[in-house]
Ligand binder design. Structure first.
Ligand code: UT7
Length: 329
């Protein structure tokens, strides 16, 4: 699916939340056959956050959502739709979104979860854009929230070193006072389902199985292709992009895309070193950080690009319309 539209919508608020517990590479290396040096060199990851036993996806999602709402200056009652992208929900049902909407007091909102693995946040943004554009919604809360530590085989060094827990949220509003193009490109290839899978009802225990090399090759190709296509449909070039926000899976994948696309590395957001791969939370975690430290400014053009299980991929080009951190806190 690909398309572009002219609209006054944009992101008016962002928030994030991570568990307190930090797990370093050294801690993993004390248990299995790996090392801090290998993990840093091959992935760019230094540490990740891990939820407590009594902490669930909805807890992280709620905390991120509360911050995003506060900063957007709109009340919970003004939210029309809550979307939670997650592959690690508290339960099969009810959705995390329904729990979060209730705990926020967003009683007028529709709420549902969305399954697109690590591409989930970009799929969520696309859904928000189309709901806003159709007039069905004015304000949509899009959350990416994960407790990846619960679906890891902690003896599998090919996967357990990569993932971490966290959540991030954005408020997409119809009234962002921008008149620029919003563009989307989304895709999936279910023929490659087994390259990255948690078999759930088909297996026990439920853990991530990944063909790392194949996913690596897929990711390097699809990130560049998807960004190129979304820029084309928007009538833009890479020079029009203020911030490229890639899914945080491996620093080598990000570096490859940065070079191939010819974008200044200082415009590419990354926080892999501190959080690892938080799946659908990785993009909004980066956005929250860049907004909080003042890099991401109102009026900037943000290009998010994700890839992951499905296999799926997606890009979303949109305006950043959130007030600066100092002004709203
Ligand atoms: O968001 C979800 C999407 N997921 C991804 O994007 C992941 C994509 N894949 C990757 O990031 C990389 O493929 C990995 C980080 C998973 C693996 O890195 P790699 O450079 O592709 O390693 P490899 O699988 O080709 O393995 C190279 C060597 C092997 O040893 P031999 O056969 O050369 O002796 C592995 O057994 O590295 C070994 N190895 C490790 N060594 C130390 C694999 N994992 C580890 C480890 N520590 N954790």
């Amino acid at each position: 699916m690909i398309g572009a539209l002219r609209s006054s919508m944009g992101v008016i608020g962002v928030g994030a939340a991570v568990p307190e517990r930090v797990m370093t590479n050294a801690e993993i290396a004390a248990r299995i056959d790996t090392s801090d040096a290998w993990i840093r060199e091959r992935t760019g990851i230094g540490e990740r956050r891990i939820v407590a036993e009594d902490e669930f996806c909805s807890d992280l999602a709620l905390a991120a959502a509360e911050r995003a709402l506060e900063r957007s200056g709109i009340a919970p009652a003004e939210i029309d739709l809550v979307l939670v992208a997650t592959c690690t929900p508290d339960a099969y049902f009810p959705s995390v979104a329904a729990l979060v909407a209730d705990r926020l007091g967003a009683h007028a909102a529709a709420a549902n979860d969305l399954s697109a693995a690590c591409t989930g946040f970009v799929y969520g943004m696309a859904s928000a854009v189309t709901h806003v554009q159709s007039g069905m919604a004015e304000n949509v809360l899009v959350i990416g929230a994960e407790t990846m530590s619960r679906i890891l085989d902690w003896d599998d060094r090919g996967t357990c070193i990569l993932f971490g827990d966290g959540a991030g949220a954005c408020v997409v509003s119809a009234n962002a006072q921008s008149e620029r193009v919003v563009a989307l490109e989304l895709g999936s290839d279910g023929s490659r389902a087994d390259d990255l899978v948690v078999r759930a009802l088909r297996a026990n225990p439920n853990v991530i199985e990944m063909n790392g090399r194949e996913v690596f090759k897929f990711a390097t190709r699809v990130m560049v292709d998807s960004v190129t296509r979304v820029l084309d449909v928007a009538g833009a070039t890479i020079d029009d992009v203020d911030w490229l926000v890639p899914h945080q899976a491996n620093i080598r994948i990000i570096d490859h895309a940065t070079k191939k696309l010819g974008i200044d590395p200082s415009k590419v957001l990354s926080n892999l070193d501190r959080y690892g791969n938080t799946s659908s939370a990785s993009i909004p975690l980066c956005l929250d950080e860049a907004w909080a430290d003042g890099r991401l400014q109102k009026g900037d053009r943000v290009l998010m690009v994700g890839f992951g299980g499905g296999l799926t991929w997606g890009s979303c080009l949109m305006d950043w319309a959130a007030e600066p951190a100092g002004k709203v806190q």
